[in-house]
Each structure stands twice: as structure tokens, then as C-alpha cells.
Ligand binder design. Structure first.
Ligand code: FES
Ligand code: FES
Length: 158
């Protein structure tokens, strides 16, 4: 066992970890089960969290790699009583069916809009292309995220 310390949802936390433990395993065994395990191979985005401002897949990150970093999970973003605007937009757009992909979608979209609030539709589509949804067909998800980008983000006419 090894001890690591990092900032988790705004709080400095210390955990004992196994050398080969992944970040998703660490989060989920500490009741942060909003981070979903889909493929477990870095292919679906359902386990996305934000590390130092960038969306990363927690299933392919070893826990020891987050030592000293800042990690944000869906639990730090919003909840049923105080949803983040992205969560509200996704719900309002009918972009949540089974909901399994939703936390990863929120985290990936949030990472982009935090850095680039006026991201264009093309940038949003490109940024979310690693997040898979087996239910919705993506249109409503993209509409919701696009709606959350700052005004004046329309693609320039070519
Ligand atoms: S569960 Fe991590 S990318 Fe699919
Ligand atoms: S809403 Fe079911 S996987 Fe996306």
C-alpha cells in the first residue's frame, strides 16, 4: 500500500492505494460512484473526470498518477438539488435516457466550456467524440452542450 494526497472536489484528501489501483477504482470504493465504468479500456468516456482542467478517463489512469493533482468528479459539479447548467440543459433537452453516459458527458463538456466558454459547435463535437452514448443518438446531447456555450458561438459562414 502507498499513500497519495490530491485535491478531490476542492478538498485535500489522502488515500491509501494499491500500486496497480486505477483512479476509477479508488473513486468508486470511496462512494464516488457517479464516475461510471463502461468499457474499462479508455474507449467510451463514461468514466471521465477533470484533472487539472482537462477531461481524462479514470479507468486508464493509475491512482498514483494523481498525486498532487486536482481532480473533479461529477459529485463536485452538481446534484439533484443544485444541478450544474450542463445537467439542467441535458435534462431539459431530453438528452438523458438510461443516464449511464451522462456524468462522463457532463465532465467532458465542462472541461471544454471551463477553458473555452465560447466553444463553437465544431469544437464541441470534436471534444465530445470520445464519449459514447448507446441511447440518444447524440443530437440532443450536442444541442444541450451547444446551448450552454456562451452566446455568439455560431459557426462563421464560409
Ligand atoms: S470506462 Fe473508462 S473510457 Fe470507458
Ligand atoms: S443515455 Fe444511455 S448511454 Fe447515454
Amino acid at each position: 500500500m502507498k499513500e497519495i494526497t490530491f485535491t478531490l472536489n476542492g478538498e485535500v484528501r489522502t488515500f491509501r492505494i494499491e500500486p496497480d489501483e486505477t483512479l476509477i477504482d479508488l473513486l468508486r470504493r470511496n462512494q464516488l460512484t457517479g464516475t461510471k465504468r463502461g468499457c474499462d479500456t479508455g474507449m467510451c468516456g463514461s468514466c471521465a473526470v477533470i484533472m487539472d482542467g482537462r477531461a481524462v478517463n479514470a479507468c486508464i489512469l493509475y491512482a498514483f498518477q494523481v498525486e498532487g493533482r486536482t481532480i473533479e468528479t461529477i459529485e463536485g459539479v452538481g446534484d439533484f438539488d443544485r444541478p450544474h447548467p450542463l445537467q439542467t440543459a441535458l435534462a431539459d433537452a431530453g438528452a438523458v435516457q438510461c443516464g449511464f453516459c451522462t456524468p462522463g458527458m457532463v465532465m467532458t463538456a465542462k472541461a471544454l466550456l471551463d477553458q473555452q466558454p465560447n466553444a463553437t459547435e465544431t469544437e464541441i463535437k470534436k471534444h465530445l467524440d470520445g464519449n459514447l452514448c448507446r441511447c440518444t443518438g447524440y443530437v440532443k446531447i450536442l444541442d444541450a452542450v451547444i446551448q450552454c456555450a456562451a452566446p455568439g458561438t455560431e459557426e462563421e459562414a464560409s
